[in-house]
Design a protein around this ligand. Structure first.
Ligand code: 9MR
Ligand code: 9MR
Length: 578
């Protein structure tokens, strides 16, 4: 009964008559096949944490009396019996849900939660190392997006490989202000498409470097089986990140400014990278100075973090990063408001247009201060930061056009350099207020996640992952255990405790997204997609209930593409809990 009515709802809300032009793609079936009635994280739980399974309660059932057994997944033997919470409606999905809290179970093992008369979860683990595999796959998804080098995800996924793509020398597009060729090879493809965008690379690479900086003791020894493994003095994780940072440095012109992107003129079809023979173009704003402030300030911030992170492993590279960062920052001071808002004529790849470069500048200033201790950067940070009158808005998740949260959190964490004490206190307090609000939303949500109803936009899963990052940074500053738990709940949501009972990360969990809008997955002739990709997730586009607007279909790029800026905060969140 219940399933039938949900199907009808699915058909109704997916009706093409309500589609906007951005939804012209074919989208037929919401979610990813049959929805299990009882959902939880398909990876597992750390022993100490709060463990909850969510049952979708059949409508009309006598619902006050639901009972679950947690059973040993191997023997089927019950180990714990728990009662469900009073069913409530989860507004964003429309589901009636009941929670089963089995936190008292701390013994490592494999379990399932069986709700009498309703259904059961997939098997999951309790243990200290539950996130290791998800972490490995999520990091190696970047390896699988490398441009300009043969890619092979062996030994664990040997069938996933391709020949080096986009190896021909790049060409200056007229919008770049130059003519001739430029080497812009390498780097990571942005997403399911083969473009490389400086702005989106910025937040992505910065997030990856920050993940390493915070967790270097754990990450430095992790072997990733990438081309550099065993060959260089760098930890594998940093070799992977350097692959893209090297590309970002190639996007910097002699005057210090960075071009916006290196892509073909239009998106290619679903072919493997080496089959896309169109020219890679260096694309700028189309008017002097041709480079733009958001791209350049992002480069300045990332290279400043890189200068710190690489210092003890490769001082020469760290110095190169610092030099690039300073030059980029100086360019931004000369050109504070050069905006890339629309693609130049003839260019149809991703826009990453942004009408405000202040937040990128703020991020660059604070990271350069953290790296150098130079008070000029500190003064510029303070002056710029104080142009906003609140410290954090109540939506503190960073995103590619919104770097202010990362900048402010960077400032909140400075301990080894002089700070404006009063302002740092204000920022810390703002972070606390924001993290309290996010934590409260996670607790109140039927599927224990942080989004507001208005935040189900393109890449909402990336927003969830970025909320986890915010909670973890807030935990470092305020040590409230509830922040850690809420960050874990964000992960559990992405890994299966959601309305679909589906992991949004390919090959992680038992039932995971199968049809990402990812060109190699679509073109390689293998049925299953490439591993470790976090798909964009629900994108309501005005429809209600908003959480239901997810389609596990290749055509649905607006809900089911992968992207490096969503995978990076996933890596960050997982790294903390390794
Ligand atoms: O495939 C493209 C995807 O990678 C982008 O994220 C998306 C939005 O910019 O655009 C996709 O390309 C579509 C294009 O915008 C419109 N025609 C259909 C294309 C999908 O095959
Ligand atoms: O993540 C981007 C999202 O915020 C935008 O709304 C959307 C449409 O412009 O584009 C998304 O980024 C895509 C980029 O333009 C091209 N590569 C794939 C990205 C993820 O879909």
């Amino acid at each position: 009964m219940y399933l039938v009515s949900m199907t009808m709802l699915a058909l109704a809300t997916a009706s093409p008559s309500t589609a906007t032009p951005m939804q012209a793609q074919k989208e037929t079936v919401q979610g990813s096949g049959p929805i299990p009635a009882v959902k939880t994280c398909q990876v597992g739980f750390l022993p100490f944490e709060t463990k909850i399974a969510v049952a979708t309660v059949p409508s009309g059932k006598g619902v006050s009396s639901l009972v679950a057994n947690v059973v040993n997944a191997v023997t089927g033997r019950p180990v714990l019996r728990v009662e469900g919470s009073a069913p409530v409606k989860d507004a964003d999905s429309g589901d009636i849900v009941s929670h089963f809290d089995f936190s008292s179970l701390k013994t490592p093992g494999e379990y399932k939660v069986v709700v009498e008369g309703v259904g059961e979860t997939f098997a999951f683990s309790i243990g200290d190392k539950v996130f290791s595999k998800a972490f490995r796959l999520a990091v190696r998804s970047f390896t699988g997006l490398r441009s300009g080098i043969d890619v092979d995800l062996g030994p664990d996924f040997p069938q996933y490989k391709f020949k080096a793509g986009h190896t021909a020398i790049g060409k200056y597009h007229t919008s770049s202000g130059k003519t001739g060729t430029r080497d812009v090879s390498g780097g990571w493809y942005d997403a399911g498409d083969y473009g490389k965008y400086t702005v989106n690379s910025g937040i992505t690479t910065g997030t990856m470097l920050l993940a390493f900086e915070r967790n270097s003791a754990k990450l430095k020894g992790i072997k990733l089986d990438i081309p550099e493994t065993g060959k260089y003095k760098l930890p594998d994780f940093l070799s992977e990140v350097k692959w893209n940072l090297d590309w970002m440095l190639k996007m910097q012109d002699e005057d210090g400014g960075a071009w916006h992107k290196a892509t073909t003129a239009q998106f290619t079809g679903f072919v493997m990278p080496d089959q896309d023979k169109a020219d890679v173009l260096v694309i700028g704003t189309g008017k002097a100075p041709y480079k733009n402030t958001t791209a350049t300030a992002d480069l300045a911030a990332v290279a400043a973090i890189g200068a710190r992170v690489f210092k003890s492993y490769d001082p020469a590279y760290a110095a190169k990063c610092l030099d690039a960062s300073k030059k980029a920052f100086a360019w931004c001071q000369l050109h504070p408001n050069e905006l890339y808002q629309n693609n130049p004529q003839g260019i149809g790849t991703g826009g990453y247009g942004d009408g405000n470069a202040k937040d990128e500048f703020l991020w660059a200033a604070v990271e350069l201060y953290r790296t150098t201790g130079n008070t000029a950067y500190h003064d510029l940070f303070l002056k710029t930061a104080k142009e906003w009158n609140d410290t954090f808005s109540d939506t503190p998740a960073p995103g590619w056009p919104e770097l202010r949260p990362l900048a402010l959190m960077a400032y909140a964490q400075i301990k080894d350099k002089p700070v404006d004490k009063a302002y740092q206190e204000t920022v810390k307090k703002g972070l606390e207020t924001a993290a309290d609000a996010v934590t409260a939303r996670v607790k109140a949500n039927g599927y224990l996640m942080p989004l507001k109803s208005g935040e189900y936009y393109w890449g909402s899963n990336g927003v969830i992952a970025n909320y986890a990052l915010v909670l973890q940074m807030a935990y470092s500053v305020h040590q409230k255990p509830a922040y850690r738990q809420a960050a874990l709940d964000c992960l559990h949501h992405l890994l299966g405790r959601n309305l679909w009972g589906t992991s949004y990360v390919t090959h992680v969990g038992t039932k995971w997204a199968k049809r990402p809008h990812h060109r190699p997955s679509g073109a390689d002739g293998i049925d299953e997609p490439w591993p470790g990709l976090l798909v964009g997730g629900p994108n309501a586009d005005g429809k209600t209930p908003p959480a239901r607007e997810w389609y596990d279909e290749e055509a649905s790029y607006r809900t089911n593409e992968n992207a490096i800026n969503w995978n990076a905060p996933l890596v960050f969140a997982l790294a903390e809990f390794l």
